[in-house]
Design a binder for this molecule. Structure first.
Ligand code: WQD
Length: 342
């Protein structure tokens, strides 16, 4: 019997890539998504890649009765991977209550439904944003949380704390939080990828949209930082690499290989890359000269952060395989693919 995995937010960017990897590893995937920030056609892309169409349940996890009902009818769920959340940092500053309510109500509703229906395993989508600017680099999982710079970041910190306290109070629920660094790129088939609504906040979609002519120029937010070339440093990893870590985490929980009821892993390459290096990698693999201008610093930006991924390497048996150039190439292929139809 195939093990049933619920992927909340499964039509989103990371959720769709994870659904692909789960199906390819022989899991039965059920997606729950309210399609607030994604499209149902993503399921077609997943089916084209894998030959299997995951089941899509459209509802809002903030609806407690609907959530309870779903899990009452699906007590055989082996694990939940919880991606569904609002994720725009800037928007969260102007709409804090919407962010707290959406991201935390949905999480608590899921945890209650797990308790009520005897579902044991959860993998939570967390973020390196919980570290703020770490004092020590590369950053390890035991680095302290720092005051979040946005309500969005705060929902990830509070979300982790809610899960930690819940797993502490009951042996019946086990969880793994995965702290992502900067996921970029798209599936090598170019059948699924990131679909940012409106003007992208993140670097790579902004680069590809500028290169395709949708944006006039990229603004580089500051080259006067204390870094080798003056621009900020991040740990960019390919979304398909990231997706595979979720399969490993689910397997660890199902096989009861976890060492504690609640575990946390950094997911990154371990390598820091500057904004200018990212631009140059894009230009090299795409053959497109990117129009960009050096601008002032963006408020709230972390100067430099990259992961120590050795715990995930060791415990999950996971490491990244795609290079920065591979990431940029796949992001570019995806951008060209979506613009063909629009
Ligand atoms: C990367 C670098 C910018 C756009 C995001 C989320 C955060 C967390 C990690 C999820 C920075 C620079 C960007 C542009 C630029 N994710 N940049 N011009 O800042 O690491 O944060 O990923 O939880 O919450 O917000 O990623 O892609 O926005 O920026 O120069 O037009 O690119 O200043 O140095 P960031 P990003």
């Amino acid at each position: 019997m195939k093990k049933k995995i619920v992927v909340t937010g499964g039509t989103g960017y990371i959720g769709s890539h994870t659904s692909v990897e789960l199906i390819e590893e022989g899991y039965d995937v059920v997606i729950i998504d309210n399609l607030y920030n994604s499209e149902a056609v993503v399921v077609d892309g997943i089916e084209k890649i894998t030959g299997v169409r995951p089941f899509l349940e459209v509802f809002d996890l903030c609806d407690r009765n609907r959530t309870d009902l779903f899990f009452k009818n699906n007590k055989d769920v082996a694990a939940i991977i919880h991606f569904a959340a609002f994720k725009a940092v800037g928007e969260s500053v102007s709409k804090p209550l919407e962010y707290y309510r959406n991201n935390l109500d949905s999480l608590m509703n899921l945890l209650v439904a797990m308790q009520t229906n005897g579902i044991s395993n959860m993998v939570f989508s967390s973020s390196c944003t919980v570290y703020g600017q770490p004092a020590k680099l590369p950053v390890t999982e035991d680095a302290p949380f720092q005051t979040a710079l946005s309500p969005y970041g705060n929902t990830k910190q509070i979300g982790e704390e809610i899960i930690r306290d819940t797993t502490f109070s009951t042996e019946k629920i086990k969880a793994i939080s995965l702290r992502y660094f900067n996921p970029i790129g798209a599936h090598p088939s170019a059948l699924i990828g990131e679909l940012p609504r409106g003007v992208p906040e993140n670097l790579v979609p902004y680069i590809t949209q500028t290169a395709i002519g949708l944006r006039d120029e990229l603004r580089v937010f500051g080259t006067d930082y204390d870094t080798p070339d003056g621009s900020c440093i991040r740990d960019y990893l390919h979304v398909s690499d990231l997706a595979k870590a979720h399969v490993a985490a689910v397997k660890r929980l199902i096989d009861k290989k976890n060492r504690k009821n609640y575990e946390v892993f950094n997911l990154g390459t371990g390598k820091g890359v500057s904004v200018l290096e990212a631009i140059h990698s894009f230009e090299k693999v795409s053959g497109v000269k990117l129009k960009y201008k050096i601008k002032g610093r963006r408020q709230g930006d972390i100067v430099k952060i990259w992961a120590d991924p050795s715990l995930a390497n060791r415990e999950l048996g996971w490491e990244t395989v795609y290079s920065l150039d591979d990431c940029m190439k796949s992001a570019w292929e995806w951008e060209k693919q979506i613009r063909k139809h629009n």
